[in-house]
Write a protein that binds this ligand. Structure first.
Ligand code: ATP
Length: 233
């Protein structure tokens, strides 16, 4: 089976500074892959390369068999790749519901709509008229996930969902992932917390200084292997 998302020899630059040095990455249909690594390892840059926020060569990224590297972000969302950005990035002047509806611009059809989202995160229905920014961090993260799901993507790319959240809230957020993959979606999570990453994913990819330093089935990788790949010990 060919991967749903695949990069081959992916390189990425910020001006003259190179951030990714030949990343071979794949995501199969229905799987959850966790991308881990220290600050500055290139995790966010990898996600941004997949969604067109960082320009990369056309043939470096394939989605569903087509070359999509460097396409405009809106075009990539329309094809079915959606991102939950680091720091949630809600629209401050809009209500929860308006923020969610912003995600529906891609007009793809699929299982996700307001009703389905409110069933997964009931607290958002209670707060739907509130400005998004008056919610707690965890609730804002739910809105950010919901907004991405409203585009009915085939692939959800999540950048550091757990940033700044309490462990119990992190668990609540990640507990929603199986309901999402049950709809046939594939997920990439960028995660600093290795324990969380191992728990929620089927496969782990560790980046170090812009290169893949380790890849393997989440349940079989050892702490020692991960530490070595993470810190370059
Ligand atoms: P973090 O956990 O801190 O978000 P990360 O693994 O996501 O780290 P990236 O944000 O992808 O890492 O950064 C990879 C490299 O690219 C780092 O050296 C970083 O300094 C550099 N970089 C990231 N964003 C920019 C930018 N907008 N301009 C210039 N350099 C950048």
């Amino acid at each position: 089976m060919s991967p749903l998302v695949e990069t081959t020899g992916l390189t990425a630059f910020y001006g003259d500074a190179q951030a990714l040095f030949g990343i071979d990455f794949r995501l199969d249909a229905g799987e959850v892959v966790a991308v881990i690594g220290a600050n500055g390892a290139g995790k966010s840059t990898l996600l941004k390369s997949l969604t067109g926020l960082v320009k990369v060569p056309r043939d470096a990224v394939r989605f569903d068999g087509r070359q999509v590297g460097g396409l405009p972000p809106g075009e990539i969302v329309r094809r079915g790749l959606a991102m939950v950005p680091e720091g949630r990035r809600l629209f401050p002047s809009l209500s929860v519901e308006e923020n969610l509806l912003m995600g529906a611009f891609a007009a793809r059809t699929g299982p996700w709509n307001l009703e389905r989202l409110y069933r997964m995160f009931p607290i958002l229905q209670d707060r739907r008229r509130n400005p998004g920014t008056t919610l707690s961090g965890g609730q804002q993260q739910m809105v950010a996930i919901g907004r991405a799901l409203m585009s009915n993507p085939r692939v959800l790319l999540c950048d550091e969902l757990s940033l700044g959240l309490a462990p119990i809230v992190i668990k609540e957020i990640y507990d929603a992932l199986p309901a999402i993959t049950a709809e046939g979606m594939s997920i990439v999570v960028v995660e600093q917390d290795v324990t969380v990453a191992q728990r929620v994913s089927r496969r782990i990819v560790c980046l170090q200084e812009g290169r893949v330093s380790l890849e393997g089935a989440s349940e079989t990788l050892t702490r020692e292997q991960i530490s070595a790949a993470y810190f370059g010990l």
